[in-house]
Ligand binder design. Structure first.
Ligand code: C2E
Ligand code: MG
Ligand code: MG
Ligand code: MG
Length: 288
């Protein structure tokens, strides 16, 4: 009763908040239609293994192909989907679409791992691992070991026990789990101990300034060191220059991803990009 009363009061007294609420509802309606109308598309960004320059995988990154606004980046609409009734359905669409794409590549001879970003509510929704199990068994052409689920530290933080359980369930299917944007959460270090993840992705904010900023450099170096100590491969995201790549390689980083290799691209461009890909890091030094 108190809540109802509160809501009425706020409708009455705060017309600006009400307007925001209406805009939010309007956008959510648009997003629902976008999902139905197939207006979302996945772009793919390569992930490269530093030891030999091989492209080992692609991260699927969603965009909204909007009739008026063009290609809308996820930062502008995901916050509205997350926490809404659309979140799980949207997440399922991304998951299926990315897995389908991997199967298409596999059929044409490109054995690429696929990395899929999974939101907290989607991961923790009942039946997530069961859905994945069913999907993978219905599609024997997909190899579970080539599927990586990227989850944010904050996902695990919200409900550590349940997150840990779902992560275990997924890993029992043979699927890999990566901790995305590592270092931006609250208890990063304890995750090394408690979360059974296969890959650590160092947040790009640390990579961005690591060449100029000594403490960022120290953080990157320490995370790489810790990952190796725990026998977990580590990926640096946001690698924009050759110099970054060289320094990261010398620090012992396993994988890199970033504009310096390629920007996220539509699925249709991937094969052509792959055939033109050359690795020019080895030519300069062979420290490790
Ligand atoms: P993320 O998973 O950490 O993805 C990396 C983001 O950094 C992507 O932004 C990518 O385009 C960008 N990036 C990659 N390399 C570089 C670089 O060298 N320099 C710079 N400045 N940026 C780089 P994007 O595509 O805008 O995605 C932003 C975030 O939205 C993602 O961060 C992820 O958390 C979320 N997201 C994207 N697609 C999905 C999805 O399908 N589902 C869910 N749940 N979240 C998604
Ligand atoms: Mg990611
Ligand atoms: Mg990230
Ligand atoms: Mg991010």
């Amino acid at each position: 009763f108190a809540k109802e009363k509160g809501r009425n009061n706020y409708h009455f007294f705060d017309p600006t908040l009400d307007k925001h609420l209406q805009q939010r509802r309007q956008l959510l309606t648009e997003l629902t239609q976008a999902l139905r109308g197939n207006e979302f598309e996945l772009h793919y960004q390569p992930q490269v293994q530093m030891s030999d320059g091989r492209v080992v995988g692609m991260e699927a990154l969603v965009r909204w192909r909007h009739s008026q606004r063009g290609l809308v980046p996820p930062g502008e609409f995901l916050p509205f989907i997350e926490g809404s009734h659309l979140e799980e359905r949207f997440g399922q669409w991304v998951l299926k679409k990315a897995l389908e794409q991997q199967a298409i590549w596999a059929r044409s001879g490109h054995l690429l791992a696929i990395s899929i970003n999974i939101s907290a509510a989607h991961l923790l929704a009942p039946g997530f691992a069961n859905f994945l199990r069913r999907y993978l068994s219905e599609h024997p052409e997909l190899s579970p070991s080539l599927v990586t689920l990227e989850i944010l530290e904050s996902t695990a933080l919200d409900d550590m026990q349940r997150a840990g359980k779902v992560i275990e369930d997924c890993r029992n299917l043979g699927v890999q789990v990566a901790l995305d944007d590592f270092g931006t959460g609250f208890s990063s270090l304890s995750y090394f101990r408690t979360l059974p993840v296969d890959l650590i992705k160092i947040d790009r904010s640390f990579i961005f300034r690591m060449l100029e900023n000594d403490s960022d450099c120290a953080i990157v170096e320490s995370v790489i060191y810790m990952s190796r100590r725990f026998n977990r491969p580590v990926l640096a995201e946001g690698v924009e220059t050759l110099r970054h790549a060289e320094v990261l390689r010398d620090m012992g980083c396993d994988l890199i991803q970033g504009f310096g290799i390629a920007r996220p691209m539509p699925a249709g461009e991937v094969e052509r990009w792959l055939s033109g890909w050359t690795w020019n890091l080895d030519a300069r030094s062979t420290a490790h």
